[in-house]
Design a protein. Sequence first.
Length: 440
Amino acid sequence: MTQLGSLGPSFYLSPPLKPLRRVLHPLIHHSLAQYKLPDYPALTTALLSPPSTAKDKEQAILYLSAIRDMGIKVKQGTVQRWVRMASGTGFGSEVGGPGRRVRLLAGIVGVGGAGDDRGEGPNAHDPTRALTEAKTQAGEGGEGIWDMGTFELTSQESGPTETTEAGGDAYEPDVRTFAECLRIPGPDRKPPNASDLVVRMSSDPVCNGGEGAPPTLFQTAQPPNVKKHKVEGVEGAFVLENVLGPRECEYVRSTMELMGFSRNQVVGKEDTGIGECEWMTCEAKGEGGANGTNEKGMLGAIWNRVRDLVPTVQGKKPVGINARWRGFRYREGGVYRMHIDGSWVRGGVRKGRLVEDDGGGVKSRLTFLMYLNDDFEGGETTFFAPRRGGGLEGRKVRPRKGSVLVFPQGNERSLLHEGSGVKGGGTKWVVRTDVLYEGF
């Protein structure tokens, strides 16, 4: 007994003893209820905070295992912070090789994201099981990132407004229709950033469906060829094909260029190579339509195209798309490092200023990622989940112009993912927003 007691926590929290820990968990949990347990999440945060040594990270991995085995619930923001602390360069940097970073990320995701199989309900899923059931290239070892291939649309059907867009001049947004509605200095952002956060609002008629909007943009409410494709191996993720027409993609890109880009660079981290901009696509009033927009507006048109293809989440029905859009421009080498998307409340604009929460108990539960082009190499959206035996498994989604990638966010079912590097001198254009739900 003395010899076993001297083995320390690394022995009892090791993978071979995981089945034993599961069997003993109810008894241990009942016995420990009478004691004040250590604050394992706080201890983990302290270990991962700079300066974090190799020994600190190994201890953090043990604490993460304890958090999962004891069923300790961790706040979404804490999990996001851990991912930021642990993540580094992009997908492929450790493929097939050992890496403490990979083991640490696998532990974090097991606690609060993909691979967490403790939840129940209509939206509960276990990406770990789905991934490991798929055909894998994983060989010996267990601390690397294992590439499980790429999901790619193969059909060549035209976009939703391809036929109605024939002829006519291209519509360009007017710079005079945009005004600043929020500015947060870079040092005040969380985490601190090299650039200010600037959010603009738009009175462009295409956004609001007002007079002057051309009939070729966002006027087709329910195009017949929008299709839904499940992303095999990443439970809860799907691609909506042909949501935006070619000129609609060009209009959104022109809007982003008109507003200009700031560097998306966290202080103390190397430059991501990504430019970002953010804008309110309408004045969300919190009543009627999609985010209170006119059905003829841009959000209303997009929502009417996809609303029948978006699932309920935990018994809650979707009510629209968030008016707050975040545009990203990836140049060659640009990588949006591993992260977990947070949940957003519905925003709006009042008297020329951004309202963070427009009320009504509406929050997002799905990320809505719009691909505006596909004429580049690389640049996939890559999902990661823990691999049985250790390490992470990754599955990539290849962007298709006019399509939308939708996947869970904001709760313990959110997915660890990255915007992988663009190659060959190309540029990738995307917009991230959210699907909103009532009652959360």
